[in-house]
Design a binder for this molecule. Structure first.
Ligand code: ZN
Length: 266
């Protein structure tokens, strides 16, 4: 509501600026000067409005206690799509205090660890399928002062990550084929999450399980119950209804499952 009031305030200011412009006689040289000043005002108010809206999304994340901002980086080689790179992360870093969970869907991700650290990543997750020496990439992520995550595509067996579990902070299980948003959740992922959860519990390893792809209010409870700690949602949060309402539904599911989760960790 506060955000809406601010936006309304800016809109009223803009309307007033336009009204003054209309009143002025454009043949008058003094009026020309005033019009120039009004132009400057328009620009600066336009900028302010954008800032208010950007900070608004961030305010929603903070209010709802969203811990991570998951950032999908795609290169058009490891996956068919191209998304964004360091400059965008640098610019959103300025308005966000969330943990930046950078998911690299790129070929040979080891080349860019330092750059991603410099632009504001808190954690980097790379694909096991995209590297030759995953141990070395994990080491470099840690050297850059970041949390390390390793991810596997739906066709890669869960056992493939076992050799790295004592090194990483997180394993990301893809529940869709990586590369595009808006895909349906693959139910095979449940067994994969369960398998990894029981292996981690058995070994007593403090590694988080993150699940990415096709998550929504219909399946998030089952995903948590299978053993996920971190749930990634794109379309389910940013499409339809309001971001705030969508996040509330997710948080409700988390709270409901919290007790169960705690029980399992104890
Ligand atoms: Zn992702």
């Amino acid at each position: 509501l506060e955000l809406q009031a601010l936006i309304k305030d800016h809109e009223e200011t803009m309307a007033n600026i336009y009204r003054y412009e209309d009143i002025l006689d454009r043949r008058d040289s003094m009026a020309q000067l005033i019009i120039q000043e009004l132009d400057k005002l328009k620009k600066s108010y336009g900028k302010k409005r954008r800032t208010v809206i950007e900070n608004g999304a961030e305010a929603v994340f903070e209010e709802k206690k969203i811990e991570y901002l998951h950032i999908d980086v795609m290169d058009g080689i490891f996956v068919p799509s191209i998304s964004f790179g360091m400059p965008l992360i640098t610019s959103i870093r300025k308005t966000s205090r969330q943990f930046f969970d950078v998911h690299l869907m790129i070929a040979d991700p080891g080349r860019y660890i330092e750059e991603f650290a410099a632009c504001g990543a808190d954690g980097v997750t790379f694909h096991l399928e995209a590297v030759e020496d995953a141990h070395k990439v994990i080491e470099n992520i840690h050297k850059a002062g970041l949390k390390a995550g390793i991810s596997i595509k739906p066709a890669t067996p869960v056992e493939a990550v076992y050799p790295y579990l004592s090194e990483v902070e997180m394993v990301l299980i893809m529940s869709v084929e990586p590369g595009f948003g808006g895909q349906p959740f693959m139910p095979e992922a449940y067994d994969r999450i369960r398998q990894l959860r029981s292996f981690l519990d058995e070994k007593g390893l403090p590694v988080k399980i993150e699940v990415d792809g096709g998550l929504g209010k219909k399946n998030v409870r089952d995903v948590i119950e299978a053993g996920a700690d971190v749930c990634v949602a794109g379309s389910a949060v940013f499409k339809k209804r309001s971001i705030s309402d969508n996040i509330s539904q997710f948080m409700k599911a988390f709270r409901e499952k919290e007790a169960l989760h705690k029980e399992r960790l104890e």
